[in-house]
Design a protein around this ligand. Structure first.
Ligand code: FAD
Ligand code: NAI
Length: 491
């Protein structure tokens, strides 16, 4: 052995050892071997919800300063932008959810995750009531939970505007179970239409898929349905595929009202090419088991037979939110949800903060806003903790120390209000095309639509998925779909 070989070997060994140690350290940082227990000396933050707002808060909150409890009726985070793809089997539902406990596992102090619905908030006594909704017990267990700070991120529910029959016969598209219900109903309609001796009228009805609401949810669902029809149904149900009809109904004069005119026109013309009928200025007045009643632009009423009805007409507040608002009659009068100040603190309360779709702010109810608010609030709470610690230290400090630390204290006292940074709006419109409205410098914007925008759309969503696990699963699903087509079995 020459000296030179020994030197080269030791450099290689040190390099491998260094990299391995670095990876191990990174792993330990992300999955602390031992998580600290809850500390009775520290304040407890109770987070309601495991959606965009609450999960982004949970990811960033510094548990060195607080005990944290999460309460949500679902024990996972759902990446809603890819939910429409799960309705037709482009991707699997499991690929777009992340268990909340996986996220909590990364924290330095252990986080309590309770799968339950918060049914009541008592701001006076700083206690919430929670209910276990699982089906394993006949009687749902009810309990209470105290908090020092409450983070309300319970989102919103699908609006029906009181239209009769929607809840009974329509399908929403907001949660995992909604997507599963749509998929089952869609395959039911197709298989039943394939059953022998159906009348042509009944086949037409069963194969008429109606989407109500021309916002991004309705558009993306109609687009996915179209792709499923063209890519898969034509191969597996050649006798039916030509008979499937998709109709999108929108009350306003055009679809995607939040997008630029150019992209609205592009979307409408793409839908036309894809044989998706758009009926604008048309209001659904009633939903019956097999037909809907609509008011046409000229005021006349029409009945439309349908097989599957997807209802996507936006959001309304949850009962928990309406109940909380009633507890602050002077400050909580907004129709769309909770009123908060610029620091996301509930108007009228000192210890309750609210964010995401549960609030009524000047921002649109989007994941982008909710996620940024969650991140901001975690920063705010860190600053609050540092401030409280400094104030406690300075209580008995000498003049010299006060002079030294006073500047730092003034700095942490100055908590900046929440500022939203809009990254643009994207929407999938079918046939591997998407539209994008992107902000470009002060006041400028870039509107683009087509196949390249679709590639951009995919890359944005892949990079914004919350975990590497989800990224790997979604990419695998996309590859699987391209190579083998979608699964058409009924769930
Ligand atoms: P949510 O994400 O809805 O989370 C609410 C959480 O609260 C859930 O975990 C729920 O289980 C829980 N909860 C409910 N009731 C209670 C209770 N009583 N007690 C405790 N917990 C409760 N936005 C975009 O910016 N880009 C997109 O591409 C996009 N695509 C979308 C696609 C679809 C199909 C849908 C439906 C929405 C889409 N959005 C998109 C909008 C986005 O999903 C919402 O704005 C976002 O989810 C709001 O986040 P949130 O945390 O306020 O509410
Ligand atoms: P929305 O509120 O954006 O659109 C609902 C549409 O339904 C409206 O255009 C409304 O005029 C119409 N409508 C209401 N009642 C009707 C009736 N009776 N008959 C016919 N039409 C009726 O709701 P959506 O699409 O569910 O979106 C909710 C939020 O989530 C929005 O802020 C949206 O931006 C966001 N989102 C964003 C996506 C994206 O960026 N790709 C995808 C999905 C949702």
């Amino acid at each position: 052995l020459t000296k030179w070989t020994v030197l080269k070997t030791s450099v290689k060994v040190s390099l491998v050892a260094g990299i391995s140690y670095g990876c191990y350290e990174m792993y330990v940082q992300r999955h602390p071997l031992v998580q600290a227990e809850a500390d009775p000396e520290k304040k407890t933050i109770v987070i309601l919800g495991s959606g965009w707002a609450s999960t982004s808060f949970l990811k960033d909150i510094d548990t060195d300063h607080y005990n944290v409890v999460v309460v949500s009726p679902r024990n996972y985070f759902l990446f809603t932008p890819l939910l429409p793809e799960t309705t037709v089997g482009t991707i699997d539902v499991r690929s777009v959810i992340e268990p909340t406990r996986f996220i909590a596992r990364h924290k330095s102090r252990s986080v309590k995750v309770i799968e339950a619905e918060c049914t009541q908030i008592d701001p006076e006594n700083k206690v919430i009531t929670i209910k276990d909704n699982s089906d394993v017990k006949e009687e749902h267990a009810v309990s209470t939970l105290p908090y020092d700070y409450l983070i309300v991120g319970v989102g919103a529910m699908s609006a029906t505007f009181g239209v009769k029959g929607v809840e009974e016969y329509g399908c929403f598209l907001k949660e995992v179970w909604d997507a599963q219900k749509i998929r089952t109903k869609l395959m039911d309609c197709i298989e039943t239409a394939a059953f022998p001796d159906q009348t042509p009228e009944e086949i037409d009805r069963l194969l008429h898929m109606v989407v109500v609401g021309g916002g991004p949810t309705g558009i993306e669902y109609a687009a996915e349905l179209h792709d499923f029809l063209v890519d898969d149904l034509t191969s597996w149900y050649p006798e039916l595929a030509g008979k499937v009809k998709i109709t999108l109904i929108e009350a306003l004069p055009n679809v995607l009202p939040a997008f630029s005119k150019k992209l609205i026109d592009y979307t409408e013309s793409t839908f036309k090419e894809q044989n998706i009928a758009i009926r604008t200025k048309t209001m659904v007045k009633e939903v019956r088991e097999k037909e809907i009643e609509v008011k046409r632009p000229d005021g006349t009423v029409d009945s439309i037979p349908y097989g599957l009805l997807v209802w996507a007409t936006g959001n309304t507040s949850r009962p928990l939110i309406r109940d909380l608002m009633q507890k602050f009659p002077e400050t909580q009068q907004a129709r769309r949800g909770l009123a908060v100040d610029e620091w996301l603190r509930l108007d009228g309360s000192e210890d309750i903060y609210a964010l995401g779709d549960a609030t009524a702010t000047r921002y649109a109810p989007t994941a982008q806003v909710a996620a940024q608010q969650g991140k901001y609030l975690a920063r705010l709470f860190k600053q609050l903790a540092v401030r409280e610690n400094l104030e406690a230290e300075l209580m008995n400090a000498s003049d010299e120390e006060i002079a030294k630390k006073g500047r730092k204290l003034r700095k942490v006292k100055d908590i900046k209000p929440f500022q939203y940074s809009h990254q643009g709006s994207l929407c999938y419109i079918g046939s591997d095309k998407a539209v994008a409205d992107l902000p470009l410098g002060p006041g400028g914007s870039l509107a683009s639509g087509g196949v390249v925008t679709f590639a951009f759309w995919r890359s944005v969503y892949i990079s914004s998925l919350f975990s590497t696990r989800n990224r790997a699963l979604v990419i695998t699903d996309w590859l699987k779909k391209t190579a083998l087509g979608r699964d058409i079995s009924r769930e």
